[in-house]
Design a protein around this ligand. Structure first.
Ligand code: AMP
Length: 430
């Protein structure tokens, strides 16, 4: 199937073909004709599925085909996204696909001076890409008018809800005209998403390009059990021995991200950190350096992970498991993209086994566990004495979930950890 059959105008098809896309992705095939008809959609589509073009192309076409008001341009399309990085990337897509159309766009997000944004808005834009917090700052300062919005896009809506933006989103929606088209995108379906959809969408077409709560299928997962104190050494070993050239590493805290990036750098592996405490300029530079191969490892927190558009990222490492199991899916959404295989590697200490169980429960399958020789977890850590009958009962149950034996691409030795532990039992609480 080609893009020509979707009903897009010549100007848009030209921009698409300049990107080198030969055929539409599944979400584009399904979403574009429906959006062109003016209908609402709710689409389950992760980053990497081509969803941005899926809503941007028909949105541009609809705005361009309808007459524009005379005088100052009102904001006619509002695209809300959770993070600054995603905002910048979505606006880049709007510019790329809309390069032959006379439509103007701008992007607003926090962490940078508000005045240039006010200047941009004053000049008039057709399409506004924004994060909710800064958008409300502008509303408070009366520097934008949302009363002429025709199309609302909530991109990565589940993430916006996770980040606590629901009240902001509802406040913003209350400022929009009732008559409008709504496009809701999310990676993971939940009851909150359902509630939001019920409230704002009008007879939506439902599109699902990935199964609910499942990770991309071209990603292989592996768990390396290891003591917390040895994770850094193991990561260094893996990067060097496997010759990984581009690795995205997740930590749970900003300080941990900074420290790990510095330590890797010291060990001769060029690394940088990306997280919410960094200025926008620093975050943009870190991402650019990573994309260009100037740094080999990008260490980030979950907030930074959303919307990173890095093609063909081969390795994602969970240095620490996420507290929310859905974040595991979001994190590994950075790898195995657009048809390329990827590897999601998690370094898991004994006290994270509960988090791992939650992730496996969400994925509805056990993930292969491989102990790397030389980095075996210390069996004395959190081992319950066998003679304690009460603990033993509990420990037995937990230890049953920690059986290591899956082959790892046939290359590595596998270890049955229960054998190593002898009569000791692991207390795998979270
Ligand atoms: P997204 O899911 O919107 O973040 O897009 C993921 C990546 O896929 C981006 O780098 C796009 O440039 C790329 N992409 C979007 N549509 C297509 C397509 N039809 N064919 C090939 N690549 C695409």
């Amino acid at each position: 199937m080609s893009f020509n059959t979707l009903g897009l105008s010549a100007d848009l098809l030209r921009a698409v073909s300049e990107q080198g896309y030969s055929e539409p992705t599944p979400v584009q095939r399904q979403a574009i004709p429906v959006i062109l008809q003016g209908r609402d959609i709710m689409a389950g589509a992760q980053t990497g599925t081509g969803k941005t073009a899926g809503f941007t192309l028909p949105l541009l076409q609809r705005l361009n085909s309808r007459s524009q008001c005379q005088g100052r341009r009102p904001i006619r399309a509002l695209i809300m996204v959770p993070t600054r990085e995603l905002a910048a990337q979505v606006q880049e897509s709007v510019n790329t696909y809309g390069k032959y159309l006379p439509l103007r766009s701008t992007v607003i997000f926090g962490g940078v001076n508000i005045n240039p944004q006010i200047d941009q808005l004053r000049k008039g834009v057709d399409i506004l890409v924004a994060t909710p917090g800064r958008l409300l700052d502008h509303v408070g300062q009366k520097t934008l008018d949302l009363s002429k919005v025709e199309i609302l896009v909530l991109d990565e809506a589940d993430r916006m809800l996770d980040m606590g933006f629901i009240r902001d989103i509802r406040r913003i929606i209350a400022l929009l005209p009732e008559q409008r088209q709504n496009l809701l995108f999310f990676a993971t379906f939940s009851s909150e998403i359902k509630r939001l959809a019920d409230d704002i969408l009008d007879s939506p077409e439902t599109i699902q390009v990935t199964r609910q709560n499942t990770a991309a299928e071209n990603v292989s997962h592996v768990i390396h059990p290891v003591d917390g104190s040895r994770k850094r050494d193991l990561l260094t070993y893996l990067i060097n021995s496997q010759n990984w050239q581009q690795v995205l590493v997740f930590t749970s805290r900003k300080h941990g991200a900074n420290r790990l990036a510095q330590q890797l750098d010291k060990a001769g592996i060029r690394a940088t950190a990306i997280h919410g405490n960094k200025s926008q300029a620093q975050r943009t530079r870190a991402l650019e350096d990573f994309k260009r191969g100037k740094v080999r490892v990008l260490v980030g927190t979950d907030v930074a992970s959303r919307g990173l558009d890095i093609e063909q990222l081969p390795h994602v490492v969970n240095y620490e498991l996420p507290f929310v199991p859905e974040d595991y899916i979001h994190r590994i959404g950075r790898t195995g993209r657009a048809g390329h295989g990827g590897e999601a590697v998690s370094l898991v200490a004994a006290d994270e086994m509960g988090l791992l169980k939650d992730i496996e429960h969400l994925l509805k399958r056990a993930l292969p566990k491989v102990v790397i020789p030389g980095y075996e977890p210390d069996p004395r850590i959190q081992v319950l004495p066998a003679q304690n009958k009460n603990n033993r009962t509990r420990g037995s149950k937990q230890a049953g979930t920690v059986r290591y034996g899956a082959a790892y691409r046939g290359k590595r030795n596998t270890v049955n950890r229960q054998t190593r532990l002898g009569s000791g039992l692991v207390q795998a609480t979270s």
